[in-house]
Design a protein around this ligand. Sequence first.
Ligand SMILES: Nc1ncnc2c1ncn2[C@@H]1O[C@H](COP(=O)(O)OP(=O)(O)OP(=O)(O)O)[C@@H](O)[C@H]1O
Length: 370
Amino acid sequence: MNIAVNSIAASPASQTASESAATDLIRIEGVSKIFPASRNSAAVAALDGIDLTAPRGSITAIIGRSGAGKSTLIRLVNGLEKPTNGRVIVDGTDVAQLSEAKLRTIRRSIGMIFQHFNLLSSRTVFDNVALPLEIAGVSRRDIEAKVTPLLDLVGLADKRSRYPAELSGGQKQRVGIARALSTEPKLLLSDEATSALDPETTQSVLDLLARINRELGLTILLITHEMEVVKGIADNVAVIDGGRIVEAGSTFDVFSAPVHATTKVLLSGVPGMQLPDYVASRLSPTASPESATVLRIIFTGPHATDPILSQLSAELGIAVNILGGAVDEIAGKPFGTLFVSFPGDQSRVESVREFLRRQGLSTEVLGHVS
Ligand SMILES: Nc1ncnc2c1ncn2[C@@H]1O[C@H](COP(=O)(O)OP(=O)(O)OP(=O)(O)O)[C@@H](O)[C@H]1O
């Protein structure tokens, strides 16, 4: 069974297929993929009962550990793999039912960018971007008219006659993005597109993707192991584990209150997600008369900077010990976490949580320390 918390996968029961086609560019329904056994290996259930939608104009991220099934999922969307069961509907068409010839046509409406850019080293920047148009039989004049503004868009107008070997990693990925956009796709698939780039270059490529999404209304589906990428640009995120979606929802909801153990592990490097080591190593699940309760307070929206703790101390007469915390931004919204401890019994814990609830803050009891 899939556990789709804050589900972006589920659609209202009353929604008809045509209403869904109007709002969702991608609709993955009950998809399983089994790679059959070969002489050297047993059969692999790479995907198992996946339901996922990507609304038109959105940026949706798929995250998961190595081998979870992310690449298989993205390959189903552009028809490079066929599902064993279920439907993969892109812009109203079930890509799994298409012939190779029809698939070639539909792939023109799906751009793709890759971790290692996949540029042709013998072609200039201009000719790399022009390649999909040449393959589609577009005239040289129309190619010039389409490629030149794309090079402007990605900031490479002055590099049009350079070769890939003369470019930085970030510039190569910009060529990859311009090439992916050349056939005016509705959907951009991104397979670890920033994984080979340093943090600063990653940020500039993410800014470009966000701009393309905003200005061209392009739907983006990306797979990544970099939580910074998801946090920075994705509207929605789905967590895949062992071929199943274990958690999905808006990036803000999933990142601010992860539920599934796999999500918590994946997010452990995000500031404010993890207790400081010196506390984590002493944490016990059970309270004792001398122990203090350790609480995670999640600040969202306008509360992120409010002086809540001093109000708490004043109102309830409790000495609160701050253990750690961080203030961050997720999908453009302020988000803060504070780890605190305070002494007292269960009723004290409840009164603290109730006070914080009234301030609009969520809390999670992490355990107890002596
Ligand atoms: N063509 C194939 N034949 C057999 N098994 C495959 C094939 N492609 C993928 N698999 C298996 O399916 C599972 C999911 O693989 P997939 O590449 O989708 O994972 P992933 O999440 O993208 O991993 P990574 O992050 O390491 O790229 C793995 O167990 C993998 O070994």
